[in-house]
Design a protein around this ligand. Structure first.
Ligand SMILES: C[S@@+](CC[C@H](N)C(=O)[O-])C[C@H]1O[C@@H](n2cnc3c(N)ncnc32)[C@H](O)[C@@H]1O
Length: 268
């Protein structure tokens, strides 16, 4: 689906980058299975628990955007094996993690049994959140999961329903305007065309995005989905690559890596 585009004689920044960077494979013919992380759950959890460079950027950024959370009911949308749930619970939040991957949730619950933090993990679809009541959370967080959700608009509508009026939402995603690590030391674009929404995966089978892919969306799709659901933008961060992230691909320190935002559901 082509979203937008301004005709202009001069190439855009994205077009200039596209000339010089290898492209990732956008595979419209290989739509993702419903819960693709089920197939890589143990591997994905092992990667995170061995020390994930990108999470070392994302989790502090989400914590900074959320501010004090002690005593608040916080939803972790697309919680996976629970890295953000544990971080927010450690800061005093009463966390419910929701994910569509049964096997990742098994690993999250096993971690909870080993080190109890009173986190509740729920198998559910972010596009509906049918297990959760209206207005049941003061805040919500999502770590690197919105680009995995097929229907973003449905997910943010469902989120608006389960947040209480005045509730906040902080999320982080791989920056939709920047190239990503192709997993081989190079940067590559996630899409053939920045303006085209679609499912893509890297050709590198040893990377997360090579194994499960993701949905590329222009920045405006994220903004407009949240605005359409009634959210108000409060703050945005574009944290630069840490040394560990910069080591993943040449040039990573000069491009945006993560986009993080704080939104609020208005009181009325
Ligand atoms: C890149 S992982 C991120 C997991 C975790 N938040 C983290 O930071 O490691 C994306 C997660 O989104 C979940 N996901 C994708 N689509 C979903 C949906 N419709 N509803 C709930 N979870 C979903 C996947 O199962 C996966 O756990």
């Amino acid at each position: 689906m082509r979203q937008s585009g301004v005709a202009s004689a001069a190439p855009t920044c994205f077009e200039r980058q596209r000339e010089t960077l290898p492209r990732l494979v956008s595979t419209a013919d290989s739509a993702p299975p419903v819960a693709p992380y089920d197939d890589i759950a143990e591997w994905y959890a092992d990667c995170i628990r061995a020390g994930s460079a990108i999470h070392e950027v994302v989790i502090p950024c989400l914590r900074r955007l959320a501010g004090p959370v002690a005593g608040l009911r916080v939803l972790d949308l697309g919680c996976g094996e629970g890295i953000a749930s544990r971080a927010f619970a450690a800061a005093g939040a009463r966390v419910v993690g929701v994910d569509i991957s049964r096997r990742l949730l098994d690993l999250a619950r096993a971690a909870e049994r080993r080190s109890p933090q009173d986190i509740r993990y729920v198998l559910g679809d972010a596009e509906r959140l049918s297990q959760l009541s209206d207005g049941s959370f003061e805040g919500a967080v999502s770590s690197l999961a919105l680009a995995d959700v097929c229907d973003l608009r449905a997910a943010v509508q469902a989120l608006a329903r389960v947040l209480r009026p005045g509730g906040w939402f902080v999320f982080a995603i791989n920056h939709p305007c920047g190239p990503v690590s192709a997993g081989d030391g190079r940067l590559a674009h996630a899409a053939r065309d920045y303006f085209e929404e679609g499912f893509w995966r890297t050709p590198n089978p040893s990377s997360v995005r090579g194994r499960v892919g993701a949905y590329h969306r222009p920045l405006s799709s994220y903004l407009n989905a949240l605005l359409a659901a009634g959210f108000v933008l409060e703050r945005s961060l574009e944290p630069p690559a840490t040394e560990a992230v910069a080591r993943l691909a040449r040039g990573y320190e000069r491009v945006p890596v993560v986009l993080a935002m704080r939104w609020r559901r208005p009181e009325v």
